[in-house]
Design a protein around this ligand. Structure first.
Ligand code: ADP
Length: 459
């Protein structure tokens, strides 16, 4: 039995930032992860590799505007080069993390799967055999995994792992693809592959794409997506069947069964938290969305923390990092409340082409929360940077609490959405109001100008 101060179950965004901070403060820390690598599923098969693919698709679209009927014909991509670029980005980042780990004192990464034996004892199944640790604090950061609901034939579908993992199983461009699930993973993937020239159909059970997101924001985004993408809503997938040409997806449209066929099907039906073995047994509360954690990231056992996707609060890498850092502060404070996370001011971006991003309260969630708001808006049709790129569709929309004019949230649909939402998110989290934003000299000719302009639209 080895004694450590802190053990993290998982070395992704919820695990390693806390591990490094605590180690820097002199704690003995062990991170456990079956991958034997830092950065979790984000780098392995999620946000980073999918954005490496996205940015090439985006470049392609920008180029096409000027090459459409040019001498050199249609601009296209060599998909194997796209995959090579993606792999290179992942490899580079793994090397960077290795170097960080080697340079850090007091922290080790153990390859293995952790199981909790009692509130302070963790057993780790490693390739060299079982090791046991006595830990003063435990951080549960075991993340989430791809959900595979019991739909017959779903095993014939690709998942994000097949497209975005290092050296993925798919390295040639499919001629056609059926995307099952119109959430952000499905819609982003549909967007990238359609830009590359794949014929894409998206099948979504709900009446709106991106279920759960603000309906007005989604209504702004949907018509801006590539019109070549066929979108079928209110379609419940019943089964997936292999065919000689690929796959057939059978769905129920509310009246009858319909089907579509394609070379490949890609399923993006959500993710579920990964609960380490033994956690429930020691009495930690696990709810429908994951391990229950409060804004201090503490579970009901106060020396055990749950950060990142595993707590189901805001399952995004940057949210996990923020939570991990807060958990580290609370552990250093002796499990007292030195830091707490504001779950609401975490920005979320749907990296479709174009993208949509939001933070805090938007029109629908403010109404549901009974918060009265005033709106400030700015259309990208007026924006110099959007005009420079010929991407003038979409808007910045900010929501201010009536009376105080405190910024409570916003969305951006269109150019630079994923970047702009960071500045808006910072303003929400720091409690800035419309006058603060209006008085800032946002840079010209950059799309952030629209933030101060939308605040000024109120006055
Ligand atoms: P987050 O961003 O919330 O940290 P990730 O899914 O990116 O989530 O990372 C979680 C990591 O935890 C993954 O690398 C996963 O392999 C690892 N993991 C999952 N279950 C265990 C376990 N029982 N023991 C150790 N590591 C685990």
């Amino acid at each position: 039995m080895d004694d450590v101060d802190v053990l993290t179950i998982g070395a992704g965004g919820g695990g390693y930032p806390a591990a490094f901070r605590l180690a820097a403060a002199g704690r003995r820390v062990v991170m456990v992860d079956p991958k034997g690598l830092m950065s979790g599923n984000c780098l392995a098969e999620g946000c980073v590799p999918s954005k490496a693919v996205r940015e090439i698709a985006h470049h392609l679209l920008r180029h096409r505007r000027f090459h459409k009927s040019g001498l050199h014909g249609e601009v296209s991509v060599d998909y194997s080069e796209v995959v090579a670029h993606k792999d290179q980005v992942q490899t580079r980042r793994y090397e960077q993390h290795d170097a960080e780990l080697r340079a850090a004192p007091n922290v080790a990464l153990l390859t293995g799967t952790a199981r909790i034996d009692d509130p302070h004892t963790v057993a780790v199944d490693t390739p060299e055999g079982l090791r046991r640790f006595n830990a003063r604090n435990i951080i549960i950061a075991s993340g989430s995994d791809i959900s595979v609901p019991p739909i017959p034939g779903l095993e014939h579908c690709l998942s994000s792992r097949d497209l975005y993992a290092l050296r993925p199983s798919v390295s040639t461009l499919p001629a056609s693809m059926l995307v099952i699930g119109g959430g952000y993973v499905g819609l982003e993937t549909a967007s990238f592959f359609s830009a590359f020239g794949t014929r894409v159909t998206v099948v979504e059970r709900e009446a709106q794409l991106l279920p759960g997101m603000d309906p007005d924001m989604v209504a702004l985004l949907a018509p801006l997506l590539d019109p070549n993408i066929e979108i079928i809503l209110r379609a419940e997938v019943r089964r997936v069947e292999p065919t000689s040409q690929g796959v057939r997806v059978v769905f129920f449209d509310g009246t009858a069964e319909q089907h579509r066929s394609a070379a490949q099907a890609f399923q993006a039906l959500g993710r579920h938290p990964v609960i380490p073995a033994g956690l429930r047994e020691i009495g930690v509360t696990v709810g429908a969305h994951g391990v229950q954690a409060d804004p201090t990231l503490q579970t009901n056992l106060r020396h055990i923390y749950a950060c990142g996707d595993v707590n189901g609060r805001t399952p995004l890498f940057h949210a996990a990092v923020r939570q991990s850092v807060a958990a580290a502060a609370n552990i250093m404070a002796g499990d007292r409340h030195a830091d707490a996370v504001d779950f609401l001011s975490t920005p979320t971006t749907v990296f479709t082409l174009p993208a949509a991003a939001y933070v805090g309260l938007t029109r629908a969630s403010a109404a549901a929360a009974g918060v009265s708001i005033e709106e400030g808006a700015y259309s990208f049709a007026e924006d110099s940077r959007a005009q420079i790129f010929g991407e003038t569709q979409g808007e910045i929309r900010l929501f201010f609490q009536t009376g105080s004019l405190r910024l409570v949230g916003g969305w951006v649909v269109g150019i630079d959405a994923g970047n702009l939402i960071g500045q808006i998110g910072l303003a929400v989290s720091r409690g800035l109001d419309a006058r603060d934003l209006a008085a800032f000299a946002d840079q010209h000719p950059m799309s952030a100008e629209g933030i101060s302009r939308s605040a000024r639209s109120l006055f």
